[in-house]
Design a protein around this ligand. Structure first.
Ligand code: FAD
Ligand code: SF4
Ligand code: SF4
Length: 675
């Protein structure tokens, strides 16, 4: 566009089928657009996003020598990239495009107000044109991308993502805060609906992740600090003091000895006994321990909070292995990666806080995870389902579904569906009927949600096997203090009468919630959260693995409740999305950067701490200080631009004249502001 050339704007109004055209007068809006200053062409079309719709933009740019394009249609989140591409194909800089959202912000909310919606659409178009008159050519900035990735959390989701990245040739740090990878899935006995043994399908993945040449396992490690931006994240890891070293660590530390080989001699002499959290506290472990035989890596860990430093373990380990270091302290490690996938999983809610069900008050009320360990052949009872109070085999087992899920009463309950409890309770019902001849499961449910592939069929199967289903929310559980049997009280809403079922054991399908440190991780990586605390995806339908922070992706339950198949599918999606910029080697950033107008900058530095992304700093220029912007860190939020007392900060694509023009035009001054 030649300097001083009068702006020439093209306006295109979309019908979006009847989404827009069914609620407002598209032709009237088009006619109005034609009357606006600098509008040289206005057109309408059924679907502007279609190829013929986009061709209208491309052709008009050439036919009318346009300097700016306005499309009045749906939301920029949905189709801004589409129309920007068309704008560029027509020969204009793609940032000379402006969108008016006359669907989501107009026809959808004023569906029954034809006149009002039409007038509002005219306002929206006028405002967009006012800005389009002042749009400038902008150039995206390219930044190089480190050929490495990090996955935080090594449950089935994190492992899958790491394996996919590694198989795509990308060096991947798999960071796990526990001493072993595997996550919750390694605690499960069988998995619905196929009933395959959980460890049998998980262990090969653990071994693959442990042995893959492109995966660097960082177990017993937490993220300490994150700096940087897509392509260049500088991450500090805290490697917690494990108290032992493996062979490689021995070599790296220049120590004599072969290191820990997982023989377990140390644990056999350790005098300290603690509950094993992997077994949900139902089995003991020593102060030096592994969680279970299939751990990866097979290396012992010292719980320094419990250790009495008697040195017995060190003595028996001997000088040949020399693996134990009772004075070991945490160490920090810095790594640089291009992209990060968060896969930090979930916890059960503290179900004891829902006191009406008596968890921790009554010995024979347990959670679903405790059931998994009790029924598992490698669990604390060798797979014999016994009730905790007396070790007897329970013949009547109650399953309380939605224990804290879909619970809008506030407090510890959660309004959302935890999505796998119905299915695992059906699985548990099957397992007791299979293992204990004559045993009867009672499922107390509100709805059975068996939404997945072959899940409904699994539900029928369990019904046919003889499980009893009682539809109603359990109001209370009371214990007979002599027999320790439990009375489960509810209203059978199908029969319309109260029921009180005597059970020998009750299993609570407790709701799930984000991990306790999910908030810390979220803030470090600059990821948003949804109302219920799970990490927020960039778009629930169109970008379910991405986040609003470029280069950070999500996999598994940390983004919201989901079962193993959905976790693995999302992990594969996240790995694929993360590998794209890494393989491209560089990314283009939207050029909505803050710019310092140095002549106006007083160098006071007041803006620097205001930036939530650490994008600003002061530099020495000639004999004075001025502010400078690290463009790759700037998210264009505008905080600094609004703050600078001297008006020295200019926000590209949202300049003061552009915004003033929009405000003026809203106040019915169609000419808008001037530069
Ligand atoms: C009782 C029960 C039975 C179930 N049965 C089935 C079933 O039969 N079939 C099925 O499909 N699903 C089942 N599920 C669901 C299944 O557990 C989840 O779908 C699956 O575990 C989700 O995997 P994930 O990787 O997202 O999370 P997780 O398994 O929770 O893994 C997350 C990992 O991240 C680590 N981590 C957390 N925070 C950090 C941090 N800050 N830094 C580093 N690491 C961190 C954790 O230690 C953990 O290893 C069941 C769930 C329960 C409760
Ligand atoms: S940009 Fe504004 S707030 Fe920042 S140093 Fe310069 S004058 Fe101060
Ligand atoms: S626009 Fe926002 S992100 Fe960019 S420098 Fe200013 S405050 Fe920081």
């Amino acid at each position: 566009m030649a300097e001083n050339q009068e702006p020439r704007i093209g306006v295109f109004i979309c019908h979006c089928g009847t989404n827009i055209a069914g609620s407002l007068d598209v032709n009237a809006v088009m006619e109005y657009a034609r009357s606006l200053p600098n509008v040289v062409v206005a057109d309408e079309y059924q679907y502007m996003c279609s190829t013929p719709g986009q061709n209208k933009i491309i052709d008009a740019e050439k036919d009318y020598d346009l300097t700016g394009v306005v499309v009045a249609a749906c939301s920029p989140r949905l189709h801004e990239p589409t129309f920007r591409t068309a704008t560029a194909e027509g020969g204009l800089n793609k940032f000379r495009f402006e969108m008016a959202n006359i669907r989501d912000q107009n026809s959808w909310v004023h569906m029954h107000d034809w006149e009002g919606a039409t007038e509002k659409a005219k306002d929206q178009v006028r405002i967009a044109v006012a800005k389009a008159r002042l749009l400038e050519d902008l150039q995206p900035k390219s930044v190089p991308v480190e050929h490495a990735a990090m996955v935080v959390g090594a449950g089935v989701g994190g492992m899958q993502a790491a394996l996919d990245l590694a198989n795509a040739g990308i060096k991947t740090y798999l960071v796990e805060k526990d001493p072993t990878i595997g996550g919750r899935m390694s605690q499960l006995d069988k998995t619905f609906p196929t009933l395959d043994c959980s460890q049998c399908i998980l262990t090969p993945k653990m071994v693959d992740a442990g042995r893959h040449p492109n995966i660097i396992l960082e177990t017993y490690t937490e993220v300490e600090n994150v700096e940087g931006y897509i392509g260049n994240f500088d991450i500090t890891l805290r490697k917690k003091a494990r108290g032992t070293r493996d062979g490689a660590e021995m070599v790296a530390a220049g120590l004599e000895g072969s290191g820990c080989n997982g023989c377990g001699d140390c644990a056999s002499v350790c005098p300290v006994i603690k509950p094993n959290p992997f077994e949900m506290g139902m089995a003991p472990r020593k102060a030096i321990y592994i969680y279970h035989p299939q751990v990866m890596p097979l290396q012992y860990t010292i719980d320094f909070d419990a250790c009495v430093k008697c040195g017995l373990c060190k003595d028996i380990c001997g000088t040949e292995k020399n693996a134990i270091d009772l004075e070991m302290t945490d160490s920090l490690e810095k790594v640089k990666v291009g992209c990060v996938i968060l896969a930090t999983g979930y916890d059960l809610i503290p179900i004891e806080d829902k006191t009406e069900w008596g968890y921790r008050r009554y010995e024979n009320v347990i959670t679903g995870l405790e059931f998994e360990r009790l029924i598992c052949a490698s669990g604390p009872t060798g797979g014999h389902l016994i009730r905790p109070s007396d070790g007897e085999t329970p013949m009547k087992v109650g399953f309380v579904l939605c224990a804290g899920s879909r619970d809008n009463t506030g407090g510890v309950g959660k309004p959302y569906c935890s999505r796998f409890c119905c299915m695992y309770s059906l699985k548990h019902a099957h397992q007791i009927m299979e293992k204990i001849p004559g045993a009867v499961p009672y499922l107390f449910y509100m709805d059975i949600r068996s939404f997945g592939k072959m899940y409904e069929e699994f539900y029928y199967r369990i019904q046919n096997e003889g499980a009893k289903f009682i539809r109603g929310r359990v109001a209370a559980i009371e214990e007979d203090p002599i027999t320790k049997n439990l009375y489960v009280q509810t209203e059978d809403t199908l029969l319309g009468r109260p029921v009180n079922v005597e059970c020998n054991l009750v299993v609570l399908a407790a709701a799930i919630q984000p991990k306790p440190d999910a908030e810390r991780i979220r803030q470090m990586f600059g990821v948003s959260k949804s109302q219920d605390g799970w990490y927020l995806e960039a778009h629930p339908k169109l970008n379910p693995c991405g986040t609003t922070t470029a280069g950070i992706f999500l996999a598994g339950v940390c983004q919201g409740p989901k079962d193993i198949p959905d976790t693995v599918a999302q992990a594969e999606g996240a790995a694929s999305a993360a590998s794209i910029p890494i393989h491209q080697g560089e990314v283009q950033l939207e050029p909505y950067f803050a710019q310092c107008v140095e002549d106006l900058c007083a160098g006071c530095g007041m803006c620097v701490p205001q930036c939530p992304y650490g994008a600003l700093s002061l530099i020495q220029k000639d004999d004075r200080q001025v502010m400078t912007v690290t463009e790759a860190k700037c998210k264009g939020c505008g905080t600094c631009g609004g703050f600078c007392p001297g008006g020295a900060i200019r926000m590209q694509h949202f300049t003061s004249p552009q915004i003033c023009a929009q405000i003026d035009s809203f106040l019915l001054n169609p000419l808008g502001g001037e530069e």
